[in-house]
Design a protein around this ligand. Sequence first.
Ligand code: SDX
Length: 406
Amino acid sequence: MAAKTTPEEATTTSAPAAASPAASPGPPLFRPGLEGVPATQSAICDIDGHRGVLTYRGVPVDQLARNSSFLETAYLLIWGELPTIFQLNDFQHEVQMHRRVSFRIRDMMKCFPASGHPMDALQASAASLGLFYSRRALYDPQYVTEAVVRLIAKIPTMVAAFQLIRKGQDPIQPRDDLAYSANFLYMLTEREPDSLAARIFDSCLILHAEHSLNASTFSARVTASTLTDPYAVVASAVGTLAGPLHGGANEDVLDMLDQIGSIDRVEDWLDQAIASKQKIMGFGHREYRVKDPRAVILQGLAEELFVRFGHDTMYDVARRLEEVAADRLGPKGIYPNVDFYSGLVYRKLGIPRDLFTPIFAIARTAGWLAHWREQLGANRIYRPTQIYTGSAERPWLPLESRPASS
Ligand code: SDX
């Protein structure tokens, strides 16, 4: 189990006494980035950041990546238990039936600029689902089930559709004979994927499906706590995931490896990056003090792909960077995170770089929906407090009385 922190232990920085609420015994305390501050109770996922162990509903993620499918893992996360054969078949069938998106959404996507980032296209498309489905039945189990199925089913279709639309092509329809990941790769490339490629891609989705109260999931829970619809919940989480400090880092890792260029340049590049206080993309994590267990598995998946489809010299640069960084950053507990090797897997699968984060979103939709359900189960609107640092109360001044420069 990850160390649990009490609110008292979690707060370190005292605010000025003037900012203290009247009823509290001392000044309010502030922890930037809410580090170590429990913001919810959750039974979905646990991270042991010192041992490098990650579990979904108690099941170790490496066992899921090896033996499960993404849809089975999504079921586990969202409904709390591994499904029976009947439940799994039913869930797979329902998802398969809801993969198509309305022609109106496809037409809307055709109006998006082709140069726009696919994460922005996905955020807008996910939000647009709320226009099509009623929003006021949040506590109706039927509504919840349908929303879960629709989002899990349609998000990949929308990612693939934008990819074809921006190339000037019409999106292609999902193929009912293909499983979830194989169908996504098919919709993206218009070719039925190799079975190893589809299996490895599915494992990637499992590894990205959930990660406790990361920034996008926190965003999802805050949005959910207002009792808005689940499409808005997912859209707000997609927007949060897009940033380079979060899911967007997977794309930046390959740019960084490109910039380094070759193994012999790694050491100098890293020393210079550290000296200029640059963040090394794909390294560091708020929760882990060791290598992210997902990075370990993703590295193995990349190697499996290289054996089958040929080596990638960019991987040699990545490995050298990890090796050199272990000396420089390891003592601070900074090691590769989930985003470090995922891009190398997707690159070998021929996926364009700016689709890496939308793919993360396809997977994380499962986690967001699990948190949406959990939030609604014991809801209280998120409304933290702040420590005011602005000026004391002062009067409005007419224009002519204001100082010339302020
Ligand atoms: C994801 O939270 C999750 O669970 C997220 C995620 C998920 O599955 O949802 O795991 C997915 O978002 C992975 C992270 C992807 N981001 C990156 O790879 C970007 C690079 N990494 C970071 O910027 C950083 O490590 C974070 C954002 C991941 C974590 O930030 P923290 O916990 O706020 O740490 P920090 O920025 O305050 O850094 C603390 C110290 C600093 O040094 P000091 O000033 O104390 O001397 O560690 C250093 C930082 O400079 N540091 C790094 C570093 N990460 C932290 N130094 C160099 N390179 C880095 N990558």
